[in-house]
Design a protein around this ligand. Structure first.
Ligand code: ADP
Ligand code: MG
Length: 352
């Protein structure tokens, strides 16, 4: 791919004097020097146009931030520190304004990576006859033996999550609704659908979808505590992500419907969407919260004896108390319990 295009990605993203980067962008490989006594965490996530995002509502700047955010969240879920990133991007051969796209995307990516201490040290830029695909590889560091795994949950552990659920899914529904009303307007647009949905709620929901906040500091503190058994980031919805923990740890889980944190912003977003005929009347907020996905909050399990300490630790970082949503059982299914009874929700989350 033309050099000018590569330099749009790399010019703004290059690492700025990070001493661990011996050779960054520009050679055949990057050369990096991890700190002694650290293990490396290596993750990758690909975003495909038409599957994970749509440029009718995704500004390239936000697409860059989200690409970084979803990968940062994986490092957060292991309790690591994000360090070095590689970007592989396939742009459609017939795409217009590639350079402007690359510049805005690069700015977004760099702003998000640098906010969490990571930098871009390499990548690849290619053309494609198919959909745009953006792939980031992110490498992090973790103290030896401290990574938070999915396989260590124990029956009677308490289950916590770090924030409201379902806001991203509601934000996506709003974005799709707004962009369907404004064909050709290729921007996330803070001016809203109007009086029916308060501006602050709309903004919160949409930003939650476009620019989720990875819980890096929290993940690291949970790992450093040495008291937390298990941790995962909620990318596909609790119903699926908790099922991963249960499978890997050979346990089950009870989730309490009344304890699922749904925000007022989400409730007014859903009310607005219903008033516009976008959703049927009976979609329950709790159901959407458990199955919607892409919230990128952390979910962790901790023995009851240490729960109060970990709650206080999380509250110091989050600014509010984390939400206790259930407990690990000796079964093998994820069960939702509420006033109406008990339902099996194992792997009922969002599939990308
Ligand atoms: P090569 O032929 O060795 O693959 P390239 O011309 O593809 O080299 O890339 C030149 C340099 O630019 C390499 O250091 C590569 O890591 C970097 N690079 C290319 N594309 C990107 C990108 N999208 N993001 C970050 N670095 C990139
Ligand atoms: Mg190359």
């Amino acid at each position: 791919m033309e050099r000018a295009l590569i330099s749009e990605f790399t010019g703004i993203c290059a690492h700025h004097g990070d001493p661990s980067v011996l050779v960054g962008i520009g050679d055949d490989c990057a050369v990096i020097a991890p700190a002694q006594g650290e293990n490396l965490l290596i993750t990758t996530d690909a975003l495909v146009e038409g599957i994970h995002f749509d440029l009718s509502y995704f500004d390239p700047f936000y697409l860059g931030r989200k690409t970084a955010g979803v990968n940062l969240s994986d490092i957060a879920a292991m309790g690591g520190i994000p360090r070095w990133a590689f970007l592989s991007i396939a742009l459609p051969l017939d795409m217009e304004h590639k350079r402007q796209f690359a510049r805005r995307f690069g700015l977004g990516l760099a702003s998000k990576l640098s906010a969490y201490g990571a930098s871009l040290v390499g990548g690849d830029t290619v053309g494609t006859r198919n959909a745009m695909t953006v792939t980031l590889i992110l490498i992090g560091e973790t103290r030896q033996q401290r990574a938070l795994l999915r396989s260590k949950a124990k029956a009677r552990d308490l289950i916590y999550c770090s924030g409201y659920l379902g806001e991203s899914a509601t934000g996506l529904l709003l974005l799709k609704h707004i962009s369907s009303k404004r064909p050709g307007r290729h921007r996330y647009c803070p001016q809203g659908p109007g009086r029916l949905l308060p501006r602050a709620a709309r903004r919160r929901l949409i930003e939650h979808h476009l620019d989720p906040e990875p819980r890096v500091e929290l993940g690291r503190a949970l790992a450093d505590s040495g008291l937390v058994h298990c941790c995962i980031d909620i990318s596909d919805g609790v119903a699926t992500d908790l099922a991963h923990i249960c499978e890997e740890s050979r346990v089950g889980a009870n989730i309490y419907g009344e304890a699922i944190p749904v925000s007022r912003a989400m409730l007014s977003g859903l009310r607005f969407l219903r008033s516009q005929g976008v959703m049927e009347g009976n979609v329950s907020p709790v159901r959407l919260a458990l199955t919607g996905g892409e919230d990128f909050e952390l979910l962790w399990t901790v023995p009851a004896a240490h729960a109060t300490r970990i709650e206080a630790l999380a509250a110091r970082i989050l600014g509010y108390r984390p939400f206790r949503i259930g407990e690990i059982t000796s079964g093998d299914r994820v069960m939702l319990k509420d006033r109406l009874g008990t339902q099996d929700i194992t792997f009922k989350g969002y599939e990308h």
